[in-house]
Design a protein around this ligand. Sequence first.
Ligand SMILES: C[S@@+](CC[C@H](N)C(=O)[O-])C[C@H]1O[C@@H](n2cnc3c(N)ncnc32)[C@H](O)[C@@H]1O
Length: 324
Amino acid sequence: MSEGYLATAKNVYKEAALKPDKGLCCTTTPVWQLPDLNIPSKMLEMNYGCGSTVHPRDLVNNPVVLYVGVGGGMELLQFSYFSRRGNAVIGIDPVSEMIDVCKQNLEEAERLNTWFKKDFIELKEGTALDLPVESKSIDVAAQNCLFNIFNDADLDLALNEMYRVLKTHSRLVLSDPVCENDIPAHLRNDERLRALCLTGAIPLNEYLEKIVSVGFGTIEIRAKRPYRILDPKHYDTSKMIFIESVEICAIKDPMPKDGPCIFTGKTAVYFGEDDLFDDNKGHVLLQNQPLAVCDRTAGHLSELGRDDIFISGSTYFYDGGGCC
Ligand SMILES: C[S@@+](CC[C@H](N)C(=O)[O-])C[C@H]1O[C@@H](n2cnc3c(N)ncnc32)[C@H](O)[C@@H]1O
């Protein structure tokens, strides 16, 4: 793929800034409805994400939030809803037209929301591949439907940059398309389709491997939803291609000796004769109580071959709790 794909992406998002395109990205993820939060209609029209990266549980202890790829600014406003102070949310985008429209949308948000000041958000021109942000200065970093447009090497670079700017134990929240079907090379290399978040998606496991390879020790998969179909009638493909969108939280915990803790929504339930089952590795299963476990722990418990421990499949809906 030519390096020109980044230039194509910039052109696509310049167009999407100047003329909102409702069909660009977007999933069935509901937009946050919260008391006294009024989202300007143009921000809603420019909801170019494929999930949500705003999770109140990530936002305790007054975090500094970095949001890369600002779009119309809707998630910046939602993050500000929880922080409500200056110097708490930083937005980065390389497309000056997108930054300008985002600024205008934030001005409108200030008119519609008495609690909000546009100065709560600092907007900077810059790229995910070379973040204009100090190392270890961020508590929550987020990107929504951006990293899938990057080629392999640039995706590694972007993940490394996020890792660099995060403080230890801090969080990277990602929402992106993934795809388990083969996407033919001519579609993958189509710069415009790629920029439109249609053909850059990689399989979930490859995406997770990349996140782990930069050093994140804990990973949560919070959602997985149908996203797009590329079918032979509309795209140059002989087979139908099914694309999903995922929401993932990667935590900058040290890497455990035996590999990362990846929570894909598996649960263990002990239903034996005792009050509890203790695997002596930190996991205590109370009689007939569900315990969320990471995939590695689920594997260890399965290997015990017991007929009184049930391990569920991955729900791809993990929202906290459990241990590994
Ligand atoms: C699909 S849109 C998503 C916008 C926003 N995250 C949302 O959920 O609505 C991708 C965004 O990333 C920006 N972008 C494109 N290339 C980028 C890069 N190299 N670094 C950072 N942002 C980039 C685009 O200008 C656009 O604002």
